[in-house]
Design a protein around this ligand. Structure first.
Ligand code: AP5
Length: 209
């Protein structure tokens, strides 16, 4: 059983690497951002409470995210291991997670802030199959359409420049302190997240080996 956490600023490539790695390892990929977006799309009570925070680039309150995550970790799908992507994001979340499940490793996606704004404002995804593109680094074959199913690509509401700037500030203020928390626990591994997707994937496998 592997219990992993990916930590790092928005746009560092956590989701891109997590989707591929979880498949290879046969463990559950738990992206709290993805789960929250599916609640928003379905109009659940949680989704209705979370939506305003997300669009503004702010964190969803801990009590909401924690209740949601606890249910996900208890589900049978997570019993063979999990990869948490985008959780924890506050010290309160990290402390709560300690009481829920012992972690094997926390991977910190280390990347200069300069690249992040462009990566995020150029990101698009397919609302049908979820594939993630980038207009600069991973454009679709036909402009504006998904390679897999031809669906028109869309932009996340929090990938507009003002929301991205807020997310980067919120990361520094509320999430970056977790680096020290996990360093003290001896669980943190630093990953150089600069460079092409395949290069980062190779480094990631080395960091886990
Ligand atoms: P969430 O969905 O977690 O967003 P995030 O942390 O801001 O992360 P991103 O998805 O933006 O970035 P990523 O690192 O996954 O990058 P990606 O691989 O897509 O959270 C969204 C919101 O939900 C939060 O703001 C908050 O409101 C709420 N929320 C979620 N979890 C919460 C929690 N625990 N507590 C409270 N609130 C919570 O890559 C980005 C782009 O770059 C893509 O276009 C990709 O194609 C491209 N790319 C990736 N890797 C490379 C590479 N190596 N080279 C070039 N381009 C690359």
């Amino acid at each position: 059983v592997q219990r992993l956490v990916f930590l790092g600023p928005p746009g560092a490539g956590k989701g891109t690497q997590a989707a591929a790695l979880a498949q290879v390892l046969g463990i559950k990929h738990l992206s709290t951002g993805e789960i929250l977006r599916s609640h928003v799309a379905a109009g659940t009570p949680l989704g209705r409470e979370a939506e305003g925070f997300m669009t503004a680039g702010q964190l969803v309150p801990d009590r909401l995210v924690l209740a949601m995550l606890e249910a996900e970790l208890r589900a049978p799908a997570a019993s063979a291991g999990f990869l948490l992507d985008g959780f924890p994001r506050t010290l309160a979340q990290a402390e709560a997670l300690d009481g829920l499940a012992p972690l094997d490793r926390v991977i910190f996606f280390d990347i200069g802030e300069g690249t992040l704004l462009e990566r995020l404002t150029q990101r698009r995804h397919c609302p049908q199959c979820g594939l993630v593109y980038n207009l600069v680094t991973k454009p679709p074959a036909t402009p504006g359409r998904c390679d897999q199913d031809g669906t028109p690509l869309v932009q996340r509401s929090d990938d507009r420049e003002d929301a991205v700037r807020t997310r980067l500030r919120v990361y520094q203020e509320q999430t970056a302190p977790l680096l020290e928390f996990y360093t003290r626990q001896g669980r943190l591994r630093r990953l150089d997240a600069n460079g092409p997707v395949e290069v980062v994937a190779t480094r990631l496998r080395a960091a886990l080996g």
